[in-house]
Design a protein around this ligand. Structure first.
Ligand SMILES: Nc1nc2c(c(=O)[nH]1)N[C@H]1C(S)=C(S)[C@@H](COP(=O)(O)O)O[C@H]1N2
Ligand SMILES: [Mo]
Length: 263
């Protein structure tokens, strides 16, 4: 183990679970430049994100464990169709990758195990769906800002676009008969770098289940449910939303919903 990696592994370990993390980092970082870039970015990011967390007016409310909803409804796609996703569930998402590309200096490709070895944030927040239901859940994941910092967002980038593994057919609950399409979402950079914006892998203390977006989903806590992309495989940095799918920045936006869905 080189001295550099030792120091970085120790840094990650101090945020996470000590010795276990250290061993894990060593194994996961071997020959993998994506993972090393994220470890490089972690140090400065932790301080920057901590400063943002000291501004309560800009944060979504966080709740106590005693306030967790007994049942968290699952909405939209609850089981992506097709062989690709079935293969991922068959091998416990070992080959799933989160790719970060587009207008970045260093495109990244990270496994779920690598994401789990990084510094994490855990938060208990309320999810509000436009269909009129809410639920309080606990989310654990990597702050998206850390990953973006590691990828090196280029100055001309304005949005993150989250590409998901599922096709959605429209929902009876939203009027039905919407055209089928690949689910995707997009966000402004300022919201993507927000300290409560996570690529989440655990929900209520357990790995995300398929209905809630396994293995990775977005949590971006000051906007409505449909902005919380599940089954995320790729985050593309773009300067414009126009050439993507219907051009309005998201599956539901292409079908008439607001792009900025603040709550
Ligand atoms: N990939 C994908 N993400 C999605 C959806 C979907 O159908 N596909 N539905 C959205 C909607 S409308 C809501 S309310 C939430 C529901 O998240 P949950 O199933 O964990 O409750 O996911 C959002 N993200
Ligand atoms: Mo929703």
């Amino acid at each position: 183990m080189s001295r550099l990696i030792t120091r970085r592994a120790a840094l990650v370990g101090s945020v996470g679970a000590g010795g276990l993390m250290l061993a894990g980092c060593d194994r996961l970082s071997a020959q993998d430049s994506s993972f090393r870039h994220v470890l490089d970015a972690a140090e400065g990011w932790t301080r920057a994100s901590q400063r943002l967390l000291e501004k309560p007016d800009q944060l979504a409310p966080e709740y106590k464990a005693s306030q967790l909803s007994a049942h968290f409804y699952a909405n939209g796609t609850t089981m992506p169709e097709g062989d690709d996703y079935a293969q991922h569930t068959d091998n416990q998402f070992a080959d799933w990758r989160l790719v970060i590309d587009g207008l970045v200096r260093r495109p990244l490709s990270l496994s779920v195990a690598q994401l789990r070895a990084l510094p994490s944030r855990t938060q208990i927040t309320r999810h509000d769906c436009v269909e009129g239901w809410s639920a309080i859940g606990q989310w654990k994941g990597v702050q998206l800002g850390l990953l973006l910092r590691a990828a090196g967002v280029l100055p001309q980038a304005r949005y993150t676009v989250l590409h998901c593994a599922d096709n959605l057919d429209g929902e009876p609950g939203k009027g039905g008969q919407q055209s089928a399409g690949q689910y995707y979402e997009s966000h402004a950079l300022v919201d993507s770098f927000h300290p409560q914006t996570l690529i989440a892998y655990d929900m209520n203390g357990r790995p995300l289940d398929v209905a809630h977006g396994a293995p990775l989903r977005l949590r971006l806590e000051r906007q409505l449910g449909y902005k919380q992309a599940k089954y995320v495989q790729r985050i593309q940095l773009v300067d414009s939303l126009h050439g993507l799918h219907g051009g309005q920045g998201g599956y539901w936006e292409d079908r008439g919903y607001e792009w900025y869905a603040g709550i």
